[in-house]
Ligand binder design. Structure first.
Ligand code: GTP
Ligand code: MG
Length: 451
């Protein structure tokens, strides 16, 4: 019936893999965008979300696609491959119904490939491997946007052999990790064997095949999980808190279950305590647009999972990126506040007795920086999400040890009141929107101080 079709759940597909193996490029090719070019340091440092409608998938698949497909589309989640962002990868992995593991076929398995597989194993997430960058195999002659098999059959034997050899290396690695796999065209039952689809995010080859395998997995997933329709109260994760001109504070959210409506009461993780507020507007990015960089949104009265959505509501200035969002019915508000408090407690960052201060734009990036700093033997005594404010400088002045009297800011601003106060303070601040550069800058300064 009409209502059932309306509430069909959009499966969440998480794209995972080692840094630079081509996750964002693959999504760019599917969406027809160039998000890669807008990334600081040419690496992904946040979780992204894009809704790809079935019509886009159909047009990319061409006549490879046959039979009835009931899913409305796929919600793709982009994750960072840089090793620092373990928490964001697990968070992405935890949200996923299905996954695409991107492996650069010329490099094979790398540390974060293995980390991703462990996450997928932990959550029992069905996945497909995209063996990317086949255009970089010596001698490869591309056929733009075509199915893999058609291109493959046109290659000389030595190129075919190179593809086969490298594919079997991946099969071997997957087997070491407990998965039986094969090139997708030799797989009969994708619930027993992981399919490996050779692709190029540059030429588009193999993407039709990859999408076909994904749609197959998605259909099966929906049938098996009996989660064809969603009707419960909405549940989501806050990706980012942003101040938008003319709108005030908003949160970019992934709604991963249930339904959310304008006027709903929601509970969101806040800086000091959970925020309880009423939704004023739901702003949905256009299809095939990455919520992380999109500027145009459509106002909608209601949304069904899964979806990426920008939410407008009073009191969001204290919302914490990386925290949960839950729709609460009148009689459940108290219980949900308790739940959200519990989840925030679990996510609380453990700091050291002595050390420096770190400020970052989201919980995920804050955790990533702290982990990186600790790996380099640098301790962190104070860590918070948000811009560098005067009170932060005042707090940093209490940090013992001259090398600790610094504030590292990742993707945040130094507010005017802090700038004024800093003029007369001995606190030094470092700002960068590339995680490893921020740490390098601090280490360089630390070394200079010691010398
Ligand atoms: P992180 O998000 O930082 O982990 O990286 P990523 O996996 O999203 O990789 P990204 O898409 O940023 O691509 C990394 C580099 O590889 C870019 O320079 C891309 O242009 C290049 N690249 C990606 N896919 C292909 C491909 O299929 N062929 C070739 N030749 N280059 C590719
Ligand atoms: Mg990326």
């Amino acid at each position: 019936t009409a209502t059932e079709t309306k509430n069909l759940r959009t499966p969440i597909v998480c794209v995972m893999g080692h840094v630079d193996h081509g996750k964002t490029s693959l999504l760019d090719k599917i969406r027809g965008t160039a998000v890669v070019n807008k990334e600081a340091g040419a690496i992904t440092q946040h979780i992204g979300a894009t809704e790809v409608p079935l019509s886009t998938i159909r047009s990319l698949c061409g006549n490879l696609m046959s039979g009835t497909v009931v899913i409305p589309g796929l919600l793709f989640i982009d994750t960072p491959g840089h090793h620092a962002f373990t928490t964001l990868r697990s968070r992405g992995g935890a949200l996923a119904d299905l996954a695409v593991l991107v492996v650069d076929i010329t490099e094979g398995f790398q540390p974060q490939t293995i980390e991703a597989i462990k996450i997928l194993k932990q959550f029992k997430t069905p996945f497909v491997v995209a063996a990317n960058k086949i255009d970089r195999i010596q001698g490869w002659t591309p056929t733009k946007n075509g199915p893999f098999i058609l291109s493959y059959n046109k290659q000389p034997d030595y190129v075919k052999t190179a593809i086969e050899t490298r594919t079997y290396e991946l099969v071997g690695k997957l087997s070491d990790l407990g998965f039986s796999s094969d090139r997708y065209d030799r797989v009969r039952d994708f619930t027993r064997n992981v399919g490996i689809v050779p692709i190029s995010a540059k030429t588009g080859e193999g993407i039709p095949d990859l999408l076909m395998v994904l749609i197959g997995l998605a259909q099966r997933f929906l049938e098996e999980n009996l989660r064809m329709t969603v009707t419960g109260p909405g549940v989501g994760t806050v990706l980012e808190v942003k101040e938008e001109r003319g709108l005030g504070f908003t949160i970019d959210t992934i709604l991963y279950d249930g339904v959310i409506k304008v006027g709903d009461t929601v509970v969101i993780g806040g800086k000091d305590k959970p925020i309880v507020t009423k939704i004023r507007a739901l702003l949905k990015p256009a299809p095939n647009r990455e919520i992380r960089v999109e500027e145009r949104f459509d106002r909608v009265p209601k949304l069904t999972a899964a979806a990426g959505v920008k939410i407008l509501a009073p009191g969001l200035e204290n919302a914490v990126a990386g925290s949960p969002l839950r729709v609460a019915k009148e009689d459940s508000v108290e219980a949900i506040i308790k739940d959200v408090e519990g989840e925030l407690e679990k996510a609380r960052i453990v700091t050291d007795e002595t050390g420096i201060m770190v400020k970052a734009d989201t919980l995920g990036s804050l955790e990533a920086i702290i982990n990186e700093l600790r790996d380099s033997g640098i301790k962190v005594a104070m860590a918070e999400v948000g811009d560098i404010a005067r009170k932060d400088v005042v707090n940093a002045e209490t940090l013992p040890g001259s090398l600790n009297r610094v504030i590292l800011g990742f993707n945040v601003q130094t507010l005017v009141d802090a700038k004024d106060y800093l003029q007369t303070s001995d606190i030094k601040t470092f700002n960068n929107n590339i995680i490893y550069k921020l740490i390098e800058d601090y280490e360089k300064w630390q070394k200079e101080q010691k010398d």
